[in-house]
Design a protein around this ligand. Structure first.
Ligand code: ITT
Length: 196
């Protein structure tokens, strides 16, 4: 069976591939295919966008697709950047531009609570989609720490492990992150319905 991870984000794709490593499915992502139409991520919620990406990809490629829509919600910024996390500093922004913009937005603020949210949507061609959602709470630091992970990881400090996501090993991040938790829910359901 082929499962396409409906993403072009290499950090996400790596984490999802690692998690599904034991499943006997042939995992691909959008970078493994030639040019295919882009889905417009214009939903107001992670849920809407995850569903759109999964459905669109399953339909266009004719194979099951797993989409991840995720982002960072900062309490003092009213939940921003939220669904705009990947383009917080503008269309095509790099991770470091987004991180710089976040530090600027929080400059001088003491309330630095934030949470990462991940919604996974699993769709088959012409079928319904299953959805899994999870979050992880932390604090936005005043300067980056660590060089693992991707996106906002160097700024996201997770108090229980006293590390940023970028200072964790991939296994540590998986055990506590929004994506790790959502993937575990998905895997439990796989285990109930699939006979490998
Ligand atoms: P695809 O739509 O192709 O999957 P994308 O990066 O545009 O890629 P999203 O719209 O879901 O995906 O945006 C997610 C953004 O949220 C991502 O680019 C990061 O900036 C941030 N993000 C999500 N999960 C993260 C994580 O585990 N660590 C750090 N940043 C994360």
């Amino acid at each position: 069976i082929i499962l396409v991870v409906a993403t072009r984000n290499k950090g996400k794709s790596r984490e999802i591939r690692n998690a599904l490593n034991g499943c006997p499915v042939d995992i691909k992502d959008l970078n493994d295919f030639g040019p295919i139409p882009e889905v417009e991520e214009d939903g107001d919620t992670f849920d809407d966008n995850a569903y759109k990406k999964a459905h669109f990809t399953a339909k266009v490629l004719g194979v099951p697709a797993l989409a991840d829509d995720s982002g960072l919600e900062v309490e003092a910024l009213g939940g921003a950047p939220g669904v705009y996390s990947s383009r917080y500093a503008g269309p095509g922004a790099t991770d470091s531009e987004n991180n710089a913009k976040l530090l600027e937005a929080l400059r001088g603020r003491n309330d630095r609570k934030a949470r990462f949210v991940c919604v996974l949507s699993l769709a088959v061609p012409m079928g319904y989609a299953l959805t899994y959602e999870a979050a992880c709470e932390g604090i936005i630091l005043e300067a980056p720490r660590g060089d693992g992970g991707f996106g906002y990881d160097p700024l996201f400090y997770y108090p229980p492990l006293k590390k940023t996501f970028a200072e964790m090993t991939p296994e540590e991040k998986f055990s506590v992150s929004h994506r790790g938790k959502a993937l575990k829910e998905l895997q439990e359901e796989f285990d109930k319905v699939m006979v490998w």
